[in-house]
Design a protein around this ligand. Structure first.
Ligand code: HEC
Length: 152
C-alpha cells in the first residue's frame, strides 16, 4: 500500500487506503481467474461497451485523473500500467466493479462516477473484463501480478 499512497494525490489517499482486500470482507470473494490473453476477446468487447467511455478505449483513463473535479468527483483512472488498478488484488477489483466504489468504502454518499455493475454484468463477465484489462499489462507488471494472485 505504501507505493499507492505515495503515488496518489492527497485527495485520493483516503479512498485508496480503504481499498485493501482486507476491507472487502463485507462483499464477496470472487471466483479467481488468471488472465488468458488468448481468450480475452469477450472481455475486450465487454470492456469497450461498458468501461471504455470513462476508462478510455486504450485503458488510458481520463485527463488529470488524480485531481478531483469541481464536483468533488475523481475522473476515471487508467487501467493500463500507468494507473493503480494493478496495485489492487483481483478480489478487490472484482468487488469494485460489481458493487462500485461507494459500496466498497461503505459510504453510500461518496461522490463518484464509478457505477456498480451488479445486475448489468454477471460474475463471469466481470472476470472476463478483468482478464482483458490484466492481459493488456506489460509482462513486467502482469507476470508478477499473476504470481501474487496465485499465492506465489
Ligand atoms: C461512468 C464512468 C465509468 C464507467 C462506465 C466505468 N467506470 Fe470504473 N471508475 C470510474 C471512476 C470515476 C473511477 C474513480 C472512482 C472514484 O474514486 O471516485 C473508477 C474506478 C474504477 C476502479 C478502481 C481503480 C483503481 O485503480 O482503484 C476499477 C477497478 C474500475 N473503475 C473498473 C471499471 C470497470 C471494469 C468498468 C466497466 C465494466 C468501469 N470501471 C466502468 C468511472 C467509470
Amino acid at each position: 500500500m505504501k507505493l499507492i499512497v505515495i503515488s496518489a494525490s492527497l485527495a485520493a489517499v483516503a479512498l485508496y487506503l480503504t481499498l485493501d482486500s482486507s476491507d472487502a470482507g463485507a462483499v464477496q470473494t470472487p471466483p479467481l481467474t488468471v488472465a488468458q490473453p488468448a481468450s480475452s476477446s469477450a472481455g475486450q468487447e465487454l470492456y469497450q461497451s461498458f468501461c471504455a467511455a470513462c476508462h478510455g478505449t486504450n485503458l488510458e483513463g481520463q485527463a488529470n485523473w488524480r485531481e478531483r473535479g469541481p464536483d468533488g468527483r475523481l475522473p476515471a483512472p487508467p487501467h493500463d500500467e500507468t494507473g493503480h488498478t494493478w496495485h489492487h488484488d483481483r478480489a478487490t477489483l472484482f468487488n469494485l466493479t460489481k458493487y462500485g466504489v461507494a459500496e466498497m468504502i461503505g459510504d453510500p454518499d461518496y461522490p463518484t462516477d464509478m457505477p456498480g455493475f451488479l445486475g448489468v454484468l454477471n460474475d463471469q463477465e466481470i472476470n472476463e473484463v478483468l482478464d482483458y484489462i490484466q492481459s493488456q499489462w506489460p509482462d513486467e507488471v502482469r507476470v508478477p501480478y499473476e504470481a501474487r494472485q496465485a499465492g506465489g
